[in-house]
Design a protein around this ligand. Structure first.
Ligand SMILES: C[S@@+](CC[C@H](N)C(=O)[O-])C[C@H]1O[C@@H](n2cnc3c(N)ncnc32)[C@H](O)[C@@H]1O
Length: 288
């Protein structure tokens, strides 16, 4: 598979800098708190900072002046608004929204990184280690890649997919409809990214692009899958994915903030119509 073309993305970035920026769907690669309580405010995202930030330490520097404090408070509120939007609208609506306002992607990710800096462990790091312990020749699709941390930390060929492309290697699209070829990837990853109300269509897309026996890794916020706090029943969630054509290999529920599911695409599966997908509770962050 060829990587997405650089020129289109570079053009897209230039257009955004001019203020009229829009996402461009890249040409298809050819065959080839959780309610965490935020103490410190989000800061502007640094590229690649996700994996570089030491655990348990915020990437934010402490605001000193009153003006800085007010700015931080405003951007924290903005992050929570964007986060709620992503959890309560469809992928297509989210794509249209961020395409029209691509700078909001930075606002969202600054706030997201700030929240993650308080998590004792980040699921993306566990996934990176899992990939490193398997074949580097596997092709990976990272659905909802954010800062493309996975692509930056493994040797594998990674198709990084998100609503906005700030890097030529990231494919900007609604991940319900990617330009990837059918049966073309060995691993599909959703790391805290099953956000839209139509999340089932993202998993259907992963099913389409995965090779038979390919791996599906899903990390989700614990509270979204906790029936005791209004979340979905994790067994029902797994049952629905199984009806889509996957077998659960293992479930890692030992982390405080998230659950990780390791599934494999069945060699052959009969098509189940009308799968009963449980609703995943939006993960809304409290104001700290
Ligand atoms: C919570 S962030 C996680 C980012 C990254 N996976 C990580 O673990 O650091 C979720 C990401 O999914 C992306 N996302 C949500 N819905 C999407 C959609 N329909 N299509 C593409 N990306 C989407 C968001 O833009 C965001 O970057």
């Amino acid at each position: 598979m060829e990587p997405p073309q650089e020129s289109a993305a570079a053009g897209s970035r230039k257009r955004r800098r001019r203020g009229g920026g829009r996402n461009r769907r890249k040409p298809p690669p050819s065959s080839s708190s959780q309610a965490a309580s935020p103490p410190s405010p989000p800061v502007k995202r640094q590229r690649g900072a996700a994996s570089a930030a030491p655990k348990g330490r915020g990437s934010a520097s402490k605001p000193t002046s009153l003006l800085e404090k007010m700015r931080a408070r405003l951007s924290g509120g903005h992050f929570r608004m964007l986060n709620e939007k992503l959890y309560t609208c469809s992928g297509q609506d989210a794509f249209d929204y961020f395409t029209n306002e691509p700078d909001l992607f930075d606002v969202y990710h600054a706030g997201y990184q700030e929240q993650m800096s308080h998590w004792p462990e980040q699921p993306v790091n566990i996934i990176i280690n899992w990939l490193k312990s398997h074949s580097a020749s596997w092709t990976v699709a990272d659905f909802g890649c954010g800062n493309a941390t996975i692509a930056k930390n493994v040797k594998n060929k990674v198709f990084s997919i998100d609503l906005v492309s700030e890097d030529p290697s990231v494919i900007a699209c609604d991940m319900a409809h990617t330009p990837l070829e059918p049966s073309s990837v060995d691993v599909a990853i959703f790391c805290l990214s099953l956000m839209g109300t139509n999340y089932a269509s993202y998993l259907q897309e992963a099913n389409r692009v995965l090779k038979p026996s390919g791996w599906l890794l899903i990390a989700e916020v614990r509270s979204r899958l906790d029936p005791n706090t209004g979340g979905a029943d994790p067994d029902k969630f797994c049952e629905a994915i199984s009806e889509l054509g996957f077998s659960l290999v293992s479930k890692d529920a030992k982390n405080k903030m998230f659950i990780l599911f390791y599934l494999r695409k069945k060699e052959k599966s009969k098509v189940v119509k009308n799968i009963d997908w449980p609703q995943l509770k939006p993960c809304l962050y409290k104001r700290r």
